[in-house]
Design a protein around this ligand. Structure first.
Ligand SMILES: [Zn+2]
Length: 100
């Protein structure tokens, strides 16, 4: 499946991340996130399962996060996910959609 482009932008109050499925974009607000990786996992779930409700995405995010913490290789896995989040090469080179 195509990976979304991750952008870091200021979002409205109380919003940590957004998923723009059509545009293939995930937006994360780094200024208010203490755990951007968790927000990334959350928005990736919205991206991969656009029909899921907010509750289902949130519950799955919790399960994934806690599994990561319990894994023997959790440290490495989390590092790899952070690389995916911040590495421009992994983030693709899609043009920023209008208005972003
Ligand atoms: Zn959500």
């Amino acid at each position: 499946m195509r990976k979304p482009l991750v952008l870091f932008r200021k979002l409205p109050k109380g919003v940590y991340g957004e998923c723009w499925k059509q545009e293939g974009v995930i937006i994360i607000d780094l200024l208010k996130n203490t755990n951007p990786l968790r927000t990334y996992i959350h928005e990736m779930l919205h991206f991969d399962f656009p029909n899921w409700t907010e509750t289902k995405v949130y519950e799955t995010e919790i399960v994934i996060w806690h599994r990561l913490l319990l894994r023997k290789d959790g440290q490495r896995k989390i590092f790899d996910l952070y690389k995916q989040l911040f590495n421009r090469k992994c983030r693709g080179r899609k043009r920023t959609p209008e208005g972003l």
